[in-house]
Write a protein that binds this ligand. Structure first.
Ligand code: CP
Ligand code: NVA
Length: 302
């Protein structure tokens, strides 16, 4: 049976992403319980609040049964190979979802699976977060074509997927990242090819944020990078999103963060807890985005 995977935001076309955003906002009753009587595996090698809860609830809302499993419980490449785990689980479940340290594991799963593989965050990408991010921006600004999104900080998994989804919807993309933690030229070019209205990268976050409609940031130290945290805190000092920074953005600009957040590091409390912050609706949109993605993938099964 042919199936689609969702390892990167660009695994969907722009038209398909718009379809997912429409499914995410459709009344649940209209989605027709595409997971009725079916299982969805949720394998986590790393901790989670939003992704686990939003995915479990999205599966239930589509009529299915989520099975949460810790990575060490199945023992990916320890108790048995990723390929054996995937082959076995794809006989039980309609969709296999995994949060992994190594993005390559997702490709290995996709290579042998007979059902869709969904990336619930890897070291490289976080596409489910990106769908919630563009949904949140769309709810605030309507059509996103020609609007400006700025990402400040580490060009990490969250930034990469956010930029890809934003590019696919025709946004202007601005990055404010320190040297060594920035997007490479080929990634910037890739965003243009995906449809970005423009792509610019700056070291000065004041320039990056000027005139932005949405300002995003994320932790300076992602899961798996804990041994680098002191070095990263030194490098990223000066990359905090402050009230002064937000004042340079559009008058009605919004602040976004995938969470978990570190107040006083990547964002000031006055911003994340202030009137421009949309971090809680953004987090709640994870469930609607997940429902849209899962409904889309079930509809694509041939
Ligand atoms: N934003 C996000 O993915 O949060 P969790 O790590 O809590 O799932
Ligand atoms: N970049 C962060 C996102 C957490 C949701 C990490 O990978 O830890």
């Amino acid at each position: 049976m042919a199936h689609r995977n969702f390892l990167h935001a660009y695994d969907m076309s722009a038209t398909e992403l718009k379809r997912v955003l429409a499914l995410a906002q459709a009344p649940i009753a209209q989605l027709g319980r595409p997971l009725d009587g079916k299982g969805v595996a949720l394998i986590f090698e790393k901790p989670s609040n939003r992704t686990r809860h939003s995915m479990e609830m999205a599966v239930v809302q589509l009529g299915g049964h989520p099975v949460y499993t810790r990575g060490e419980e199945v023992g990916m490449d320890v108790r048995e190979s990723v390929e054996d785990i995937t082959n076995v689980m794809s006989g039980y479940h309609a969709i296999l979802c995994a949060r992994v340290f190594d993005h390559g594991v997702l490709h290995r799963m996709a290579a042998v699976s007979s059902v869709p593989i969904v990336n619930m965050l890897s070291d490289f990408a976080h596409p489910l977060q990106a769908v919630a991010d563009v949904l949140t921006m769309q709810q605030n600004f309507g059509d996103l074509a020609g609007k400006t999104v700025t990402y400040v900080g580490d060009f990490n998994n969250v930034a990469r997927s956010l930029c890809e989804a934003s590019a696919m919807l025709g946004m202007h993309i601005r990055l404010g990242c320190p040297e060594g933690y920035d997007a490479h030229d080929n990634e910037l070019l890739g965003l243009t090819e995906l449809g970005a209205a423009s792509v610019e990268q700056y070291r000065d976050i004041a320039i990056a944020v000027s005139g932005a409609h949405a300002v995003h940031t994320d932790t300076w130290t992602s899961m798996g990078q804990e041994s680098e945290s002191a070095e990263r805190e030194a490098t990223f000092a000066g990359f905090e999103v402050t009230t002064e920074m937000m004042a340079l953005a559009e008058t009605n600009a919004i602040f976004m963060h995938c969470l978990p957040a570190h107040r006083g590091q990547e964002v000031a409390s006055s911003v994340i807890d202030g009137p421009q912050s949309r971090v809680y609706p953004q987090a709640h949109n994870r469930m609607h985005a997940a429902r849209g993605v899962l409904a889309f993938l079930m509809g694509e099964q041939k």
